[in-house]
Design a protein around this ligand. Structure first.
Ligand code: ADP
Length: 478
């Protein structure tokens, strides 16, 4: 079985969030199941050295936004097809934004080109290789199913995965022609989204199957509260929509052999986590002799993540005897709130504004709990890293957080299956209440360590989810 992955991010190559982790991990997880993946990815400026090492396997004279070619190269074990279209992708900045942080004005052309190049491989194959299924990820690749259907000839089946429905790729309807899309499909049951062209909307209508990254999020996005305007489209897809949980790369995130940690540990030795704590404290200016729980946040600092409510709960967190370590970047007001908190509570709150993968590992290694008070969370990865590192997740009951953390209620604690703390009310009062429960549990060392062991033994790798994707592909491809 051959699968063509299409995405705008891939771990270790181009990343702004969890999408990259999934796209980077799935091919290796699917390989033992007999599924061979190739991944189409834009050749961003940072990937030009890789382009130089590859081999041209296709060229297109007339993609949206001009010509482009596909360059095949293997990196980090992933069989890549880099879409080299320098006029679209060889620029400074992030995948979607200029160095000033603004969306590139031609994003519709950039990701229209990505989708069209991928659809052509789906339709025509590549040097004798043909995909049985094309798997598109998020709005940037969501036009792939549209182009496949529009070709009106035998085509592979398509899967579209929603990693976060908040990002929809919405552009003025006038770009339809530039993208070579059918004008007669521009209506509310097709590509139109409240008068505009919706990339994700179109993909949701035309994909053979739609998945998202947790079963709870798959249910949530059918409702107005979480569907962000697309709930009706999703309801209409009925059984074509399902949720498959993300896994994590358990080699990259292995507390027994993580070079970022002062000392490795496993489920039999969670006490060794304490040896990484001084390095966390030193980097963030936290009091190294503090003996209460160390909470951490490793996150985009955004409203979605509920961190405004956490910032307002810092007085209670500190008064209860906790310390807080924050690593993140995002909305300026939130960055300022955590920087100010570090100044107000020296030694108790430490904030690092920035993106630092190595330090994220160290924080997971040295902290006691990770707080994730998201208002919505399609899957979430940091709670999975937390489980693996015995850093008990304190999470809002939403999306993948609800699906992966077992709350320390009386029954779960008695049976030894609790792995964290789940709460409903994302507000300062709700967070203060769950923090009280964390402080109580932390005070009972036996119970805390039992939870750490249960957390660390929970399977969080890709094995189960890869099997679910394999079943989906097989059902589609017959
Ligand atoms: P989202 O995709 O919504 O940002 P996820 O929890 O699914 O949230 O994935 C976030 C990923 O980005 C995780 O791998 C997390 O460790 C990483 N991450 C987020 N912020 C930072 C940061 N400031 N430094 C290092 N890693 C970060």
């Amino acid at each position: 079985m051959n699968v063509l992955m299409v995405a705008s991010e891939c771990a270790r190559l181009a990343k702004t969030g969890g999408l990259a982790d999934v796209v980077g991990a799935l091919p290796a997880a699917l390989a033992p199941l007999g599924i061979k993946c190739r991944t189409v990815l834009p050749a961003y400026a940072s990937l030009q050295p890789l382009v130089g090492k590859g081999r041209q396997v296709a060229s297109f004279g007339d993609l949206p936004g001009g010509p482009g070619r596909l360059v095949q190269v293997t990196a980090h074990g992933i069989d890549l097809l880099l879409l080299d279209a320098p006029q679209l992708f060889d620029r400074p900045g992030q995948p979607y934004t200029s160095p000033k942080g603004n969306d590139w004005p031609d994003n519709h052309l950039r990701f229209g080109a990505l989708a069209q190049a991928a659809a052509r491989i789906g339709l025509d194959g590549l040097g004798g290789w043909k995909p049985d299924v094309v798997h598109a990820h998020d709005w940037q690749a969501a036009l792939v199913p549209v182009y496949l259907k529009q070709a009106d000839r035998p085509a592979p089946k398509s899967v579209l995965t929603i990693h976060n429905i908040a990002f929809q790729g919405r552009f003025g309807g006038q770009v339809l022609g530039e993208l070579g899309l059918r004008a007669d499909w521009f209506h509310p049951d097709g590509l139109e989204y409240f008068g505009d062209l919706g990339f994700l909307k179109g993909g949701l209508v035309f994909a053979d199957r739609v998945t998202t990254v947790s079963p709870t999020y798959a249910r949530e996005i059918l409702t107005p509260k979480f569907g962000m305007g697309l709930e009706g489209v999703l309801q209409a897809r009925g059984a074509a929509l399902s949720g498959i949980l993300n896994g994590i790369d358990t080699n990259a995130w292995n507390p027994a052999a993580d070079p970022a940690l002062a000392r490795g540990f496993d489920a039999r030795s969670p006490g060794r986590k304490a040896q990484s704590r001084p390095a966390v404290a030193a980097r963030l200016g936290l009091d190294p002799d503090h003996c209460g729980p160390l909470f951490c946040v490793i996150s985009r600092l955004t409203h979605q993540k509920g961190l405004d409510a956490l910032a307002d709960t810092i007085p209670q967190l500190v008064a209860g005897g906790g310390q807080l370590a924050v690593l993140g970047t995002g909305e300026p007001e939130l960055e300022a709130a955590f920087v100010d908190a570090a100044a107000e509570y020296p030694g108790k709150v430490g904030t690092l504004i920035g993106y630092d993968e190595g330090f994220a590992h160290l924080m997971q290694g040295g902290s006691d709990a990770i707080v994730i008070p998201s208002r919505f969370e399609p899957c979430g990865l940091t709670q999975l890293y937390g489980l693996r590192y015995g850093t008990l997740p304190v999470v809002a009951r939403t999306g993948g957080l609800a699906d992966t953390v077992i709350d320390a209620n009386a029954a779960a604690t008695a049976t030894g299956c609790a792995t964290g703390f789940v709460f409903d009310d994302v507000s300062p009062a709700g967070i203060a209440a769950v923090l009280d429960r964390v402080f109580n549990a932390y005070g009972n060392r036996k119970q805390w360590q039992a939870m750490q062991r249960a957390a660390m033994r929970q399977p969080v790798g890709w094995q189960q989810s890869a099997q679910a994707y394999a079943r989906l592909y097989q059902a589609l491809a017959g």
